[in-house]
Each structure stands twice: as structure tokens, then as C-alpha cells.
Design a protein around this ligand. Structure first.
Ligand SMILES: *Cc1c(COP(=O)(O)O)cnc(C)c1O
Length: 391
């Protein structure tokens, strides 16, 4: 059997054909596929506006710049990829890491306690960890009671939902972001998007994506028109310090083709999650992070392992699985443990649940093209290693 990674893309001939069509068209970038992809993402999320960008980190960067001011205190989770809190830093704002709950998501009750104590907190950047959305009713309560800015990092959660609230819909938030990296549900190679229901925010994001340049609504007529009052056709103005965070039409053609398969991708991830849950139901050393949840998009399948009952360490488990050509992963090292954050004032921070979670968890292979046979091999191999190495 070929090496089984923890995550990978699922690309078929339709995806390849879609890219080839765009390669032969007039527009490789800034063409019609970008707008088509954005419209399709509005459909998937239910949000009114989408700005597709170069990657998920760029989406976070633009959203943070548009939403935050320098010095703002922002509640966020330590159990995420680096980019979530880095985006807060890009805006020269200050991440306040809040401990996690049992499901690996930020503990919103602790967020409420922090907001009660400190009225200067401006925002919350939440992550729907593993694809399992944070409690939307609590998010709503936080928005209504404290009026803070809320961003939802939906990099794990496209196609997920809680109750009637779809991930990325921004029902109780100001903006959401997606990532289309190959390990995520659907890929554009690299890619990302911001969704929002706020038209002014949408316009600001569009500006920031493209160098802060505009070709409409000029502020300075001295250069915009000639002596006879004719509009100068070459003229543009730069009104913000923006970036080139554009996504290409080639990428969006791939994204559109992938989006059609999102329901089947998620259905397959759900099958895999249920099969893992069943396999571990009677085990004492290994158990799912949370019991099967229909609204989770299952970007990751995380298990907690009781290493106190084993003679091997986590590194040894990783190595033994690797010998059998199975890739495990760990999501995530608490972000404040990174040297950059330790050197930026977080050296003494200790969030006990995030650290206990880090010690106990492992991510198992989870992707739509994982076959039943491969999954059975992962389960058997893992259980054999765990049983052979009991204390
Ligand atoms: C993948 C990911 C990102 C960053 O997305 P890129 O497209 O890799 O830049 C941000 N946040 C989370 C939670 C992610 O998993």
C-alpha cells in the first residue's frame, strides 16, 4: 500500500479538464472565473459577499487589517494554525490566548469571563477547529452583549454548520475566512477567501487585495480628467496601502470544479469519522475528540490517547506508524509556545487544557479519497501498536 498521509487532495479528470479550459482562455488571472468562484462561495456559505484571495493567510491578513486597529486586544485560540494569531499581529494588534474546551475549540465561556473583566477587548478571532463550529448561540450572545468584532476562521469548516447556521455565513460575525490548501476540503493549490455580509467591509477587502487601487470614484480630478474635461482612460488612484493578494482564474477554475464535489467529499469524511468512532468505541486507551457530529465538516479526525497507560511516547507512536507507511500529525502545538510568541511576552503563559490536549492528541488520516481498505489498515495498525505497548 502507498504511503497514507493525514490529509491530501482529491483531484479527478473533471478538475484537470476545467483547468485546461481556463489555460486556453483569454484570462489566466483577473478574469471571469474569479467572480464565478466568489459567487459559488456565497452559495456554499450563505454570506452576501466573498473576496477570493491568494491563500487563507492572505484572507486572514486582509480581514484583520480591515477589522482591527493597532493595539486592539483580540481574544483567540491557541489550538490553531499559526496564521490565525499572526493575522492579529499583522494588524499590530494583541492576541489574548484563551484556553480551549473539551472539543478543542476556544472556550467561549472563558471568552465571556475575559470580556466581563476587561471592557477594552475589541475582538474575537474564533476557529472552528477540525470542522466543528463553535457554539453559534454563544457567539450571538457575545456579539449582542459586548458588541465586539468577531471573525470566524473557517479554514477547517467549509460545508459545516451548527443548527441552521452555515460555516462562513457570518450570521453572528463580521467576517469569515476559508483556505483552499490541498489538505483542506477542497483545493485551488493555494487559495483562500473572506466572506462577509457588510458591503463597506467587502469594498475595503477588494481594495486591499489589489494594491489599494481604484478605477472609479476618483478623489483628484487634476489627474483624472484633461483640460477639456475628458476622463483620462489610463488613470487609477491608490487610496490604501494594499497588496497583490489576487487569486488566478486557473485556481478558481479548479476551485469551481472542486466545489461541485464538496457534498460528496463531506459525506465521505462523515463515513470515515463514523468508522473511526466505531473502531474505538470499546477502547480505553484511544478515544475520539468528540462523538460523531453531523454539522462538523471533519477536516481533521483527532483522537486522544492515554499515554500514561502506554510504554511508548507519542514520538515513538509516530515512528512506528511511519514504519507502516502511515502519516500521523498533531494539530496543534499551542501557538503561544512558538519562539516568536515566547519572545513577544507570552513566555509565562500556560493554558492547562490546551497543553493537556497537546500532550494527548493525534490526528489520524482523514481525506475524501481515503479508501475503506486504507482506513482499516490505519485502525488495525494503530490498535495493534497500542495493545502491544500497554504499560
Ligand atoms: C490552513 C489554515 C490557515 C491558513 O490557510 P493557508 O491557505 O494555508 O494560508 C488558517 N487557519 C487555519 C485554522 C488553517 O487550518
Amino acid at each position: 500500500m502507498a504511503f497514507i498521509p493525514y490529509g491530501r487532495q482529491s483531484i479527478d479528470q473533471n478538475d484537470i479538464d476545467a483547468v485546461v479550459v481556463t489555460l486556453k482562455s483569454d484570462f489566466l488571472t483577473t478574469g471571469p472565473k474569479v467572480a464565478e468562484f466568489e459567487t459559488a462561495l456565497c452559495g456554499v456559505s450563505g454570506a452576501a459577499y466573498t473576496v477570493a484571495v491568494a491563500n487563507g493567510t492572505a484572507a486572514l491578513h486582509l480581514a484583520a487589517l480591515a477589522l482591527l486597529e493597532a493595539g486592539d486586544k483580540v481574544l483567540t485560540t491557541p489550538n490553531t494554525f499559526l496564521a490565525t494569531s499572526n493575522a492579529i499581529r499583522y494588524a499590530n494588534a494583541e492576541p489574548l490566548f484563551i484556553d480551549i474546551a473539551d472539543d478543542g475549540n476556544i472556550d467561549l465561556d472563558l471568552c465571556i469571563a475575559a470580556l466581563e473583566k476587561d471592557s477594552s477587548i475589541k475582538a474575537l478571532f474564533a476557529v472552528h477547529f477540525s470542522g466543528n463550529p463553535v457554539d453559534q448561540q454563544k457567539l450571538k450572545a457575545i456579539k449582542e452583549r459586548f458588541g465586539i468584532i468577531i471573525l470566524e476562521d473557517c479554514a477547517h469548516a467549509i460545508g459545516g454548520y451548527e443548527g441552521d447556521v452555515k460555516a462562513g455565513s457570518c450570521r453572528y460575525s463580521d467576517a469569515s475566512i476559508f483556505s483552499f490548501h490541498p489538505v483542506k476540503h477542497l483545493t485551488t493549490g493555494e487559495g483562500g477567501a473572506v466572506t462577509t455580509n457588510d458591503e463597506a467591509l467587502y469594498k475595503k477587502l477588494l481594495l486591499l487585495r489589489g494594491h489599494g487601487m481604484t478605477r472609479e470614484e476618483f478623489a483628484f480630478n487634476d489627474l483624472a480628467v484633461d483640460a477639456k474635461g475628458n476622463a483620462n482612460p489610463w488613470y487609477y488612484e491608490m487610496v490604501e496601502l494594499g497588496f497583490n493578494y489576487r487569486i488566478t482564474d486557473i485556481q478558481c477554475a479548479l476551485g469551481l470544479s472542486q466545489l461541485k464535489k464538496l457534498p460528496s467529499f463531506i459525506a465521505r469524511r462523515h463515513e470515515i469519522a463514523k468508522a473511526y468512532d466505531d473502531a474505538f468505541a470499546s477502547e480505553t486507551v484511544v478515544r475520539p475528540l468528540y462523538p460523531f457530529k453531523e454539522g462538523s465538516a471533519y477536516h481533521l479526525y483527532v483522537v486522544q490517547i492515554d499515554f500514561t497507560k502506554l510504554t511508548i511516547t507519542k514520538a515513538e507512536l509516530f515512528a512506528k506508524m511511519r514504519e507502516k507507511a502511515i502519516g500521523l500529525q498533531l494539530h496543534y502545538i499551542p501557538v503561544y509556545k512558538q519562539p516568536y510568541y515566547r519572545n513577544s511576552g507570552y513566555a509565562d503563559l500556560c493554558l492547562p487544557k490546551a497543553e493537556a490536549y497537546y500532550d494527548a492528541t493525534v490526528s489520524l488520516p482523514m481525506f475524501a479519497s481515503l479508501s475503506d481498505e486504507e482506513q482499516r489498515f490505519v485502525i488495525e495498525t494503530l490498535l495493534t501498536i497500542l495493545h502491544e505497548n500497554r504499560a
